[in-house]
Ligand binder design. Sequence first.
Ligand code: AHG
Ligand code: MN
Ligand code: MN
Length: 339
Amino acid sequence: MIHRNKITTLTEFIIQRQSEYPHAKGALTRLLNDIATAAKIVNREINAAGLVDILGTVGKRNIQGETQKKLDVYANEMFITALKGGGECCAIASEENEKVISFSNEFSEKGKYVVAMDPLDGSSNIEANVSIGTIFSIYKRVTEVGGGTQSDLLQPGIHLTAAGYVIYGSSTMLVYSTGKGVNGFTLDPSVGIFCLSHPDMRFPETGKIYSINEGNYIYFPEGVKKYIKYCQENDAPTHRPYTSRYIGSLVADFHRNLIKGGIFLYPGTTKQPNGKLRLLYECSPIAYLAEQAGGKASNGINRILEIEPKTLHERSPFFVGPRSMVETVETFMRQNHKK
Ligand code: AHG
Ligand code: MN
Ligand code: MN
């Protein structure tokens, strides 16, 4: 008998999943395929970044006051173009655009979905050839006609239809969920196809890694300071001291922690009480993936997925990882909360 290892491509997998939803007409399938196609093109450009003069800043600042890199602009344009041309998405919120991009042409305004994205995450790492990513989240629109609006996008993560990320690393992967677990696909660059490589990704029950920008230590809340000291204590039964790992790319830090078992922390600080990460297009989609992988995501007190964004670019403290690790941080936060 001949045994053949069957390769499942991302396209096949998405279509198989569609058949699990009897009323699905293929719109989400087409939308996910559009995102995957844009990701491949962005990947090609990132790979070539060392060869062509695309590094460095464009000079403009994005609305967060951070200097935009050329690749941020390129990735943003590429995803917008793919989604606009696809016809399934009627509006986009992006880190790189102050306002919602509404598609009000006859073709796109029929789209049932809206997309919130961080087109290039970890972009300060580009020059150093360190892993970067794209984060995307998909919601059903709440308005009924015309181009999508801000109210279609300001939804809490519990209403997500799908979310995922692309990691441009030593290999490029697309990891996503439509609410039935998390699956990871690795790009075979020779043929340009994403192949299922990490089926049903789950956080380990607990972990030995903590990821935080410890340079900000003096600005952290008391609970976080105490938790860091807890991570560094010697306690064999709980495998402490933990190992510290911090890349400075949320996607790459989260991806490593998901596979190896670890917690990522970006707390509020005395300088930035809500931290740095953006609720709508960084925290919520990553929180959704974390929960789908059996983990937990919190702002220290509340579940990230239940927080309703009031504005497109609002920030939130962010703690994400295996359930037990996040619960420990929450306990420290509660115990050290200033009344
Ligand atoms: P972006 O490149 O989209 O602005 O995001 C960078 C984010 C995130 O990827 C990372 O976790 C965090 O910034 C790192 O911040 P610090 O440099 O303050 O540690
Ligand atoms: Mn980011
Ligand atoms: Mn970004």
